[in-house]
Design a protein around this ligand. Structure first.
Ligand SMILES: N[C@@H](CCC(=O)N[C@@H](CS)C(=O)NCC(=O)O)C(=O)O
Length: 218
């Protein structure tokens, strides 16, 4: 029998007002498993002592990575697309629906998160002018124009690209950019999904427990 999916994350991350607890990217894989109804385990690697075994499976010493029946996959986007190939709940099976899923998942990573993460990071040191401000706000405005016209990114329904995109967008810095009403309602719709809530609660419980292995059966 195939082994359950295993999502690997840290055993601990700092507690803070706006994360990282609740925002560690294992939530993307948890959320996808919850949406698809997959059984999964969540296991830990040490946050403060990243060993050779961890680097062998995630070359940057980061999390998450996914194990599925002998395969190991790092990069949350790759993990999501791997899961999407296993469930139509995450990705339609018609060529157009599949192409739309791929392009919007990659857009979340390389057209939105690629800007929002350094924009947020530079903002932490409160510079007088954040050199990425205009770029980030312009890109978010264009995305808001898209979201103003549809409930979900593609295929007329929630798909794995929405997990990626809404997780990228729900960070406090983006949410505080209040000029984007369609984006705000998109985030609210996504985060109101029971599968998101279970994934979020699971992550919070994981870090509160010191990273104990947990089996989930949606
Ligand atoms: N592109 C990677 C980014 C992974 C990432 O940034 N992980 C964070 C936790 S959410 C991490 O491991 N941070 C610690 C570090 O970079 O050393 C992915 O999407 O999986």
């Amino acid at each position: 029998m195939a082994e359950a999916l295993t999502i690997w994350t840290y055993d601990w991350v700092p507690e803070g007002k706006s994360g990282p607890r609740g925002h560690v990217r294992d939530i993307r894989l948890r959320w996808a498993c919850e949406e698809a109804g997959f059984d999964y385990d969540v296991k830990s690697v040490p946050f403060s002592d990243r060993g050779a075994e961890h680097f062998a499976r995630q070359p940057f010493g980061q999390v998450p990575y996914l194990e599925d029946d002998g395969l190991t996959i790092f990069e949350s986007g790759a993990g999501l697309l791997h899961l999407a190939r296993k469930s139509e709940a995450l990705m339609p099976r018609d060529p157009k629906g599949e192409a739309d899923t791929l392009q919007w998942t990659i857009a979340g990573l390389s057209s939105i998160e690629m800007i929002t993460v350094p924009w947020w990071f530079i903002g932490l040191s409160r510079p007088e002018i954040n050199p990425l401000e205009d770029w980030a706000l312009h890109r978010l405005k264009l995305l808001d124009d898209v979201l103003a016209q549809r409930e979900w990114l593609a295929a007329g329904r929630f798909i794995v690209a929405d997990i990626l995109m809404s997780d990228v967008l729900r960070v406090p810095k983006v949410r505080a950019a209040a000029d984007f009403p369609a984006t705000q309602s998109y985030i609210e719709r996504a985060c109101a999904r029971p599968a998101f809530k279970r994934a979020y609660d699971g992550q919070m419980a994981h870090f509160a427990s010191g990273g104990q292995t947990q089996h989930y059966r949606p």
